[in-house]
Design a binder for this molecule. Sequence first.
Ligand code: GDP
Length: 444
Amino acid sequence: MAFEGLADRLQSTISKIRGKGKVNEQDVKEMMREVRLALLEADVNFKVVKDFVKRVSERAVGQEVMQSLTPGQQVIKVVKEELTALMGGEQSKIAVAKKPPTVIMMVGLQGAGKTTTTGKLANLLRKKHNRKPMLVAADIYRPAAIKQLETLGKQLDMPVFSLGDQVSPVEIAKKAIEKAKEEHHDYVLIDTAGRLHIDETLMGELQQVKDISQPDEIFLVVDAMTGQDAVNVAQSFNEQLGLTGVVLTKLDGDTRGGAALSIRSVTETPIKFVGLGEKLDALEAFHPERMASRILGMGDVLSLIEKAQSNVDADKAKELEQKMRTASFTFDDFLEQLGQVRNMGPLDELLNMLPGANKMKGLKNVQVDEKQISHVEAIIQSMNKEEKEHPEVINASRRKRIARGSGTSVQEVNRLLKQFEDMKKMMKQMTNMSKGKKKGGMKF
Ligand code: GDP
């Protein structure tokens, strides 16, 4: 997970101060020395670290903390607020042009994930905001870029405007916007050319595309894995083009997090989205406060709830609750549940959103084995209707057949049957408990 080292260090540092009934300057000094090291090790820009430490220290030895009843907690609150401010404070929104279409220019170095992000962003605009975007292939230099965008367009069932690679990007942008107006697209996403390094020709050309298309947003796509380089790239692009936002990609990787924590301060440009995988739905709005919570081990329950809400069908959830209450939960229900949870994204990522998850011994370093879940699915799919509804009929020979059919072993089938049985028992107990208590019973 991204930020792992930083999160671990910051959490162990602040845990020392958490329960303190009194905090003196020396305590704060010691804590801030560790915070400083943790940030530097996470590859956060030196100057950013210095300013951050100064701000937190000033506030932490100030009245708001020293005179509070829970000084330890108060210091942590200060750290969280400053960390949030560092990443941009409020979540910033995406522009909407007064007169459509809203034009978004996507810029960035080759390999940063620009073309993929263009597709992801179009997908998000349509899915979340019901918009009708058009994609524009204006990267005429990288031979595969146009084809790549066209493929993304096909996958998304979304129009891609292209004039091949013999027409200038400026001309392409101009014609694309005209076409978008004619066809009533409300968003135009221009995938511009990237280079391996920043050079004058590239910037000159991007400037021309900017002049002709008058974009409402210019998003720079940068790779979080490149750390301080990402910050330098952002600074150059911003100086020459005037960015309105940054999309930080590959945050699903093992990045130390330095770029996410430095970009805003160094460039004054907010991070608007983060890329969390190669798939087209792996793009999320960036929420500084939630990210700060995650880094400090306070979890990100809001994102978890949002994920659940957008992926779980409310009627189905009700039906399921009913089934759990009456203990008539079958293997088919179980399979459906698995599917819904899987739709929410990789399981270890979900676990990381739980408060204190990376402090829990059992969960620490847990590698959620997606393969094992596929095995569970295969086993259930190899059962017939009767078996799914009445697992008690599954005798030894049926177990063998199910194992063979699912490409698993009898032991695995046994384990699943046992787990399922235990789960049903637990549901029964919980239902009985809640029946016993009229008020304040357990609800699940
Ligand atoms: P471009 O040259 O900037 O247009 O880069 P591409 O869009 O072709 O992306 C380069 C590679 O990065 C591709 O293999 C993408 O699948 C991958 N990629 C893009 N965004 C992400 C991300 O958020 N996470 C991961 N893991 N891979 C990404």
